[in-house]
Write a new protein. Structure first.
Length: 153
C-alpha cells in the first residue's frame, strides 16, 4: 500500500501543469495588461508594445502577432498577474528589470501614465521582487526616453 501511494505521488508530480505559461506569453500578457489597464489601447501603445515584444522575446514580428493573439484569446480568463509573474520571477534581475522598464515604456508611450497603469506596474514589480528604488529609477528612465524625442535638437 505504501509503495502504491509513493508511486501515485511520483506519477502525479511528473505530469505537466494544465495551465503552463511560456516566458514569451507571460511577457506579452504583462505588457498587454498595462496597455489595457486604463480601458483603452492607443495606437502608440500598440506599436510600442509590438516593438518591445520583438526585442524582449527575440521573436519575429509574425511570432509576436501569434503571441498577442494567444494573449487576447486568454485575456478574459486572467485572474491575477501572479500566473504570469510566476514564470518570470526566477529570471536574473537584469531581465526582470528590463521587463519592468518595458512596462513603463508602454505606459508612457501615449504621453501619460494612467493611475491604473502605474498600479499594474507596481504590482508586477512586487511580484518580480524588484526593489522600490529600482521601480522608481526605471520609471524615470522610461520617462526620460519618452521625453527625449520631443525636445528641440
Amino acid at each position: 500500500m505504501l509503495e502504491q501511494l509513493k508511486q501515485w505521488f511520483v506519477t502525479d508530480q511528473t505530469q505537466p501543469a494544465p495551465s503552463t505559461t511560456s516566458k514569451e506569453l507571460a511577457i506579452t500578457a504583462l505588457l498587454g495588461e498595462v496597455m489595457m489597464a486604463d480601458g483603452q489601447a492607443s495606437r502608440e501603445e500598440q506599436q510600442q508594445l509590438e516593438h518591445l515584444l520583438i526585442r524582449l522575446t527575440q521573436q519575429s514580428a509574425a511570432t509576436v502577432q501569434q503571441l498577442l493573439a494567444e494573449y487576447k484569446s486568454r485575456q478574459d480568463q486572467v485572474v491575477s498577474l501572479y500566473e504570469f509573474t510566476a514564470e518570470l520571477k526566477n529570471l536574473p534581475i537584469a531581465e526582470r528589470e528590463d521587463i519592468l522598464y518595458a512596462l513603463w515604456a508602454v505606459a508612457f508611450s501615449d504621453g501619460q501614465v494612467d493611475p491604473q497603469e502605474e498600479g499594474v506596474i507596481r504590482q508586477v514589480a512586487d511580484l518580480l521582487y524588484i526593489p522600490h528604488s529600482r521601480f522608481i529609477w526605471l520609471k524615470h528612465q522610461a520617462q526620460k526616453k519618452q521625453d527625449t524625442p520631443h525636445q528641440p535638437g
